[in-house]
Design a binder for this molecule. Structure first.
Ligand code: IPM
Ligand code: MG
Length: 343
């Protein structure tokens, strides 16, 4: 069976890192690729970051691989102007992708590339499970000349389903992160997580951590964490912080999943890096690792997924370092190194 993959290269370095990922995937199976315009590029072409046609193409695909969106060209504080990020949020909402998985496992060859000391990060292997279609991102927004507000809302059902993903992914412990000492949504979050835990996952250890404390523990004792289960905005912030444990945000992949049967969205956690776009120096490894997640979670091709991950690992063991990791390899050289290590 041929799998259909929609690719959305997007903006900035997006096209430069998606193209090599497609090259990599072509080595691993008989996939059909359908490239579509998305983000700022789509605003330029049709005035909106995500057209209905592209959303429909994504709905009909087996998986979606995304590069990155955004750039100074479309940066604006005008609430009526289209923004590239709306494409991403529209895609997450439109495909019902409520579960965002961001694995953070520093590769030993890169221990010394992290701004944190090696002893701190050694052995870290955690997964951020971020709720992706609720909370302050999607609540009602208001703006007058004198005031602005963003509503943060969560329903029990939204919390239950992401909690199940978190507990299901845990090997030992779930650290549920909230701000229950201040926020009502966090109190509902905490109660709901506790109920799902006692009713369905009593064998998994559960702890509750306030978000400010979680931010601190992520750098003071990252090894402590297994699954970090959290809401949309906290997950956004904590996952960038966690990315630095791996040496560079250029290393972190992500998977966004919805109900069974629908296509997942796979993308690097980093942005479009407009400052280095077009120079051929972007690190493609987070996109390769996202392609691995696509193979594993999107297409149930575990062997191929593991092959990509080991090829990346071997390339790094062999000395591959892109500029963000303090080295000199460009995108093409990094791609070659990984392809050469594919077994
Ligand atoms: C991410 C990004 C997005 C988010 C932006 C681009 C809207 O930062 O995927 O983490 O905030 O979710
Ligand atoms: Mg982010």
């Amino acid at each position: 069976m041929t799998h259909r993959i929609v690719t959305l290269p997007g903006d900035g370095i997006g096209p430069e890192i998606v193209a090599p990922a497609v090259e990599l995937l072509k080595r691993l199976g008989d996939f059909e690729f359908d490239e579509r315009v998305f983000g700022g590029a789509s605003i330029d072409a049709s005035g909106t970051a995500l057209t209905d046609e592209v959303l429909d193409a994504c709905r009909g695909a087996d998986a979606v691989l995304l590069g990155a969106v955004g750039g100074p060209k479309w940066d604006t504080t005008d609430p009526h102007a289209p923004r590239p990020e709306q494409g991403l949020l529209g895609l997450r909402k439109g495909l019902g992708l409520y579960a965002n998985l961001r694995p953070v496992k520093p590769i030993p060859a890169l221990y010394d590339a992290s701004p944190l000391r090696r002893e701190r990060i050694e052995g870290t292997d955690l997964l951020v499970v971020r709720e992706l279609t609720g909370g302050i991102y999607f609540g009602e927004k208001q703006r007058t000349a004198e005031r602005a507000s963003d509503l943060c809302e969560y329903t029990v059902e939204e919390i239950e389903r992401i909690a199940r993903v978190g507990f299901g992914a845990a090997r030992s412990r779930v650290s549920s992160v909230d701000k229950a000492n201040v926020l009502e949504t966090s109190r509902l979050w905490r109660e709901t997580v506790m109920r799902v835990h006692s009713e369905e996952f009593p064998h998994v250890e559960l702890e509750h951590v306030l978000v400010d404390n979680a931010a601190m523990q992520l750098v003071s004792s990252p090894r402590h964490f297994d699954v970090i289960l959290t809401e949309n905005l906290f997950g956004d912030i904590l996952s960038d912080e966690a990315a630095m444990l791996t040496g560079s945000i250029g290393m972190l992949p992500s998977a966004s999943l919805g109900e069974r049967g629908g296509p997942g969205l796979f993308e690097p956690v980093h942005g479009s890096a407009p400052d280095i776009a077009g120079q051929g120096i972007a690190n493609p490894l987070a996109t390769f690792l996202s392609a691995a997640l696509l193979l594993r979670h999107g297409l149930a091709l575990e062997t191929e997924a593991a092959a990509v991950e080991s090829a990346v690992q071997r390339a790094l063991d062999g000395g591959l370092r892109t500029a963000d990791l303090g080295g000199e390899a460009g995108t093409a050289q990094a791609t070659r190194a990984v392809l050469d290590n594919l077994e």
